[in-house]
Design a protein around this ligand. Structure first.
Ligand code: FAD
Ligand code: NAI
Length: 472
């Protein structure tokens, strides 16, 4: 007999949400997680809560406040003299948010009767219908179902070995104890741009070296162009199409030898270097081979659209499988799998996963980009509206950017929504909801939007699809 209905391996947003949903549906659940914080203590919540979404957003908020008080308040007639920052306090605030949330997961587990076990879980194999999972330094767990949610880890760049001091990944970059005067970043992806923004706002001279010839290639081209212009204006130096040759360290600084897009040799000297060149699925120590799990070419656990692996009753969700490496996608897959195990009809539509980048301005999108639609030969109509013409945006002093809506040329069904501007992270949800209900741009155009609000920019962009904006 199995001890448990489900063993969940990993307690990030994929695993902990799956565990709670399984418990809500009446299953007996154990969740194994190996994460320990800097103090060596168990810390549930995975990358997202410990060194990802939550701490980065805490620092983004603090640094934005500092920048606003230093530069933006004067326009409101508010003069602040001698604004100062206390990095130790800023980091302590971030750490407190993290520890509140990670211990919050422990409380949620208790409330839902999910048993939490500390240690590395390894899939041993099947004993009849029962899966066996070893826990390093602990007892063997036995369950009918296994949900693997082991997440991802930073991709290593061989030329730039991390030392946790001068050359760091996201974890180190969230814990600098002073503002680096010269900050170099390899990779102009989401981490490079978000954390680059944090330290630039606090005073670093930031240079980002990006291998790809195009900036933010996954975003709508027009949005990417606007974003690059805004980041350059803020002082982020971004070099595209580079090749990193050699990274060397002295006691004083780090030197990065690189070639620019024309192949000319360059050298960048910095006080700190953040390496943010993507993340790789984490299957280390999981017993993939021994259990017979199949990995795809990128090292991700192969799953179908319902996150079923190639082994019976073994599921995998989140960063360790195909699809975007985003917390909300991981959680939604966790819910889907729990419901499928309970015999319900779970599903997760990967076409409706919103993307958000929390820089200034914020960037968010859902669905197809204009370049994707052109490539797929889909006929579409586009409507666009700038934040500059919106009353609330003017009152906020956040007038950069626009909303762009792409709708099918014949059916008018919304195919993609792209936002660059204030509160894009919040505004995008309206678009996700509309698309989840297969709304047309006319549906959005006929919906009453509160005035004055940023959401009116979406309303006007929907009106623009039919060339009938009111305010421009
Ligand atoms: P993870 O959160 O990585 O959790 C996996 C857990 O499994 C970890 O606790 C790990 O220790 C544990 N584990 C691994 N192997 C084993 C094993 N064998 N046994 C036991 N335990 C194991 N996404 C967003 O949506 N929004 C954001 O704003 C955002 N910001 C980010 C900022 C940064 C700096 C980073 C690095 C990431 C950010 N992400 C963001 C991405 C997000 O953190 C991930 O997509 C998300 O955490 C993936 O969830 P997961 O559950 O799949 O894996
Ligand atoms: P990323 O994939 O977003 O960006 C990595 C960048 O590094 C790419 O632009 C790539 O071209 C570049 N690169 C790769 N190799 C390089 C090299 N040798 N030299 C120079 N540049 C190189 O990955 P990132 O920023 O590490 O983030 C990982 C993941 O975490 C993201 O893909 C995202 O899924 C998630 N994340 C999400 C956030 C959000 O939702 N707001 C915030 C931060 C991370």
């Amino acid at each position: 007999m199995a001890e448990f209905d489900v063993v969940v391996i990993g307690a990030g947003p994929g695993g902990y949400v799956a565990a709670i949903r399984c418990a809500q549906l009446g299953m007996k659940v154990v969740c194994v997680d190996e994460w320990k914080n800097a103090q060596g203590k168990t810390s549930l919540g995975g990358t997202c809560l410990n060194v990802g979404c939550i701490p980065s957003k805490a620092l983004l908020e603090s640094s934005e406040n500092y920048e606003k008080i230093s530069h933006d308040f004067e326009a409101h007639g508010i003069t602040v003299k001698g604004a100062q920052m206390d990095i130790a306090k800023m980091l302590a605030r971030k750490d407190k948010i993290v520890s509140d949330f990670t211990s919050g997961i422990a409380s949620l587990f208790k409330k839902n009767k999910v048993i939490a076990v500390q240690g590395r879980g390894t899939l041993l194999g099947r004993d009849g219908e029962v899966w066996r999972v070893a826990v390093a330094g602990g007892e063997e767990l036995r369950a009918m179902h296994v949900i693997i949610a082991t997440g991802s880890t930073p991709r290593v760049l061989p030329q730039a070995a991390l030392d946790g001091e001068r050359i760091v990944d996201n974890s180190g970059a969230l814990a600098f104890t002073e503002v680096p005067k010269r900050l170099a970043i390899i990779g102009a992806g989401v981490i490079g741009l978000e954390l680059g923004s944090v330290w630039r706002r606090l005073g670093s001279e930031v240079t980002i070296l990006e291998a790809a010839p195009a900036f933010m290639p996954a975003a709508d081209e027009q949005v990417a162009k606007e974003a690059l212009r805004a980041f350059n204006k803020q002082g982020l130096k971004i070099h595209l199409g580079v090749q990193i040759d050699k990274v060397a360290q002295s006691k004083k600084e780090v030197s990065i030898a690189w070639k620019d897009a024309q192949g000319a040799a360059q050298e960048l000297l910095a006080d700190k270097l953040i390496v943010a060149v993507g993340r790789v699925p984490n299957t280390e120590g999981l017993g993939v081979k021994e259990a017979g799990l199949i990995l795809d070419a990128a090292g991700r656990i192969e799953v179908d659209e319902h996150c079923r692996s190639t082994l019976p009753n073994v599921y995998a969700v989140g960063d360790v499988v195909r699809g975007p490496m985003l917390a909300h996608k991981a959680s939604e897959e966790g819910v889907m799998v729990a419901e499928l195990i309970a015999g319900q009809a779970g599903h997760c539509d990967l076409n409706l996963v919103p993307w958000v980048m929390y820089a200034t301005p914020e960037i968010a999108w859902v669905g197809k980009t204009e370049q994707q639609l052109k490539k797929e030969g889909v006929a579409f109509k586009a409507g666009q509206f700038p934040f500059m013409a919106n009353g609330r945006a003017r009152a906020l002093g956040e007038t950069a950017g626009f909303v762009k809506i792409l709708a099918d040329a014949s059916s008018d069904r919304i195919l993609g929504v792209h936002i660059i501007g204030a509160m894009a992270s919040e505004l995008i949800q309206q678009a996700v909801l509309a698309m989840a209900f297969s709304a047309s741009s006319e549906d959005l155009a006929r919906t009453i939007h509160a005035h004055p609000s940023l959401s009116e920019v979406i309303h006007e962009a929907a009106l623009a699809v039919d060339k009938r904006t009111i305010h421009i």
